[in-house]
Structure formats: C-alpha cells, structure tokens
Design a protein around this ligand. Structure first.
Ligand SMILES: Cc1cc2nc3c(=O)[nH]c(=O)nc-3n(C[C@H](O)[C@H](O)[C@H](O)COP(=O)(O)OP(=O)(O)OC[C@H]3O[C@@H](n4cnc5c(N)ncnc54)[C@H](O)[C@@H]3O)c2cc1C
Length: 159
C-alpha cells in the first residue's frame, strides 16, 4: 500500500492518475507576516468590499500576532510589485485597525502564496491512498487544511 501524503502537487496522485472533481480556480492570493505590539485575544476578521480586501488577525507564539491579507487574483501581478505598500494601505479600509498596526513592529518578512486551487481527487484505489492536500485542497481562509487531513482518505462530497 502506497500512501500519498505529498501535498497538492502529489507525485502519487499523478502517478496513479487520481481523478479530480469539484475543481475551482485559485482564489485570493494571501500574504502574511508577524507583528509584535499588536495584541489580540481572539481571531479578528475584516472584510471590505472596497478593493475586495479581507484580512485575519490571530495570536501566535512569543506574543507575536499574525496578520494574513488576501486580495483578488486579478490584482496579483499589479500588487506583487509592492506587497508591503499594498498590504499596509489596505488597512486604511478599517481606520481603527490601521491605528493599532501603525504602533506595531513587523518581526518577519512577508510570505505569500498564489497557488491555491480548489479540488477533490478520488483518494483511494488498488494499493494506494491519498491523504491531506494530496486528496483535497481548498483556500486556507477556512483554516481547516490540517483538521481535514485527519479525516481523509475518503470521498468527502458526492460526485
Ligand atoms: C498560507 C496558508 C495558511 C494555512 N493556514 C492553515 C491553518 O491555519 N489551519 C489549517 O488547518 N491549515 C492551514 N493551511 C493548510 C495546511 O497548511 C495544509 O492543509 C496542510 O499543510 C496539508 O498537509 P499535508 O501533509 O497534506 O501536505 P504538505 O504540508 O504540503 O506536506 C507534504 C509534504 O510532502 C513532501 N513531498 C512532496 N513531494 C514529495 C516527494 N515526491 N517525495 C517526498 N516528499 C515529498 C513536501 O516536501 C511536504 O513536506 C494553510 C495553508 C496555507 C498555504
């Protein structure tokens, strides 16, 4: 039995030609970094129709707060020329948050990802199974990737 736990570009899935279904194109590219001096005790979310922006604010380790920003795929090429400027300007859509983050310190470089397709793959066959992102992938906005990895392999939705 071969288990493909090798992520969304799974070699196992390619080799067995696992059928893909319920596919969706990549959605909002996401960028995140970590801040000190920006305390939060909950999972804050901000969604703004203006400029199609959304961001999440979550407490992590060592009193650092992760701020994850997403914008439409159509804006990817234009915004990648100035990720920091675009990221920071987006906060003007929520002035109270802009005020909070203006007093915070960025403690890490920006990390970004665009390759965020949605799909299911048939996750089993004779002698093989796919787990985690190899079998099922969606935008990280849901924050369910790891939990769902524990629930596969199975066909998660009717075909
Ligand atoms: C920006 C972002 C934020 C996220 N936030 C959350 C969150 O808050 N909560 C949550 O639950 N999920 C989150 N996720 C999703 C989560 O990261 C994934 O669902 C999860 O990591 C999938 O685990 P996996 O082991 O299936 O795949 P992966 O983590 O991709 O691991 C696959 C591994 O296989 C290795 N590999 C690939 N090919 C081969 C090969 N041929 N030979 C040997 N090794 C190979 C890779 O190097 C990698 O180490 C987020 C994802 C992103 C991109």
């Amino acid at each position: 039995m071969v288990i493909g736990a090798d992520g969304k570009h799974s070699l196992v899935a390619k080799t067995v030609q696992a059928e893909r279904y319920s596919e969706a194109p990549p959605l909002a590219p996401s960028y995140y970094t970590y801040w000190s001096g920006l305390p939060t005790d909950t999972f804050e979310t901000y969604v703004r129709a203006e400029d199609d922006r959304g961001w999440g604010v979550l407490a992590t380790h060592d009193d650092l707060t992760c701020v994850v920003m997403g914008w439409p795929l159509a804006q990817f090429e234009a915004n990648r020329k100035d990720v920091e400027g675009t990221y920071m300007k987006s906060f003007e859509l929520a002035p109270e948050f802009a005020e909070r983050i203006s007093g915070a310190k960025r403690e890490a470089r920006f990390q970004g990802i665009r390759d965020l397709p949605g799909y299911f793959r048939k996750p089993y066959g004779p002698g093989w199974a796919l787990v985690g992102d190899a079998g099922y992938h969606k935008h990280p906005l849901t924050a369910y990737g790891i939990s769902d990895a524990f629930r596969t392999p199975r066909q998660s939705r009717p075909r």
